[in-house]
Write a protein that binds this ligand. Structure first.
Ligand SMILES: [Zn+2]
Length: 116
């Protein structure tokens, strides 16, 4: 079966709003979690468990990732960081373009079941 990448904005299951609060929850020794709440009606929307987090400062995020993986930050770091940053912005732009062009209408649960 051919897998096709899909993108969508999270929608509130109660009121269909796309306005969300993100509550970031960090506990030592555990994956960080983000609880998503509808800004319009206050409904619980979803919990994301993060394998990796990339902020608006991809250089810092990349160095943290390397520390987590116990990799040394040697001479190749600058080039690798630049590639990391380029891929981040390219992915971000592509996902936004996909949503604007043909936003996925099925639920995130449906999309995740499809790729299992
Ligand atoms: Zn809502």
């Amino acid at each position: 079966m051919t897998q096709i990448e899909r993108s969508k904005r999270e929608h509130c299951p109660q009121c269909d709003s796309i306005q969300m609060y993100n509550y970031v929850h960090v506990v030592p020794g555990r994956d960080a979690e983000v609880f998503i709440e509808c800004l319009e009606c206050g409904a619980f929307v979803a919990r994301y468990t993060l394998r990796a987090y990339t902020s608006e400062d991809p250089y810092r995020s990349y160095l943290r990732l390397m520390r987590q993986r116990h990799m040394s930050s040697g001479a190749a770091t600058r080039k690798a960081v630049e590639q990391f940053r380029t891929e981040l912005w390219n992915d971000y732009r592509r996902v936004k373009e996909m949503v604007q062009a043909a936003e996925e209408s099925r639920s995130v649960e449906d999309l995740l079941e499809e790729i299992e």
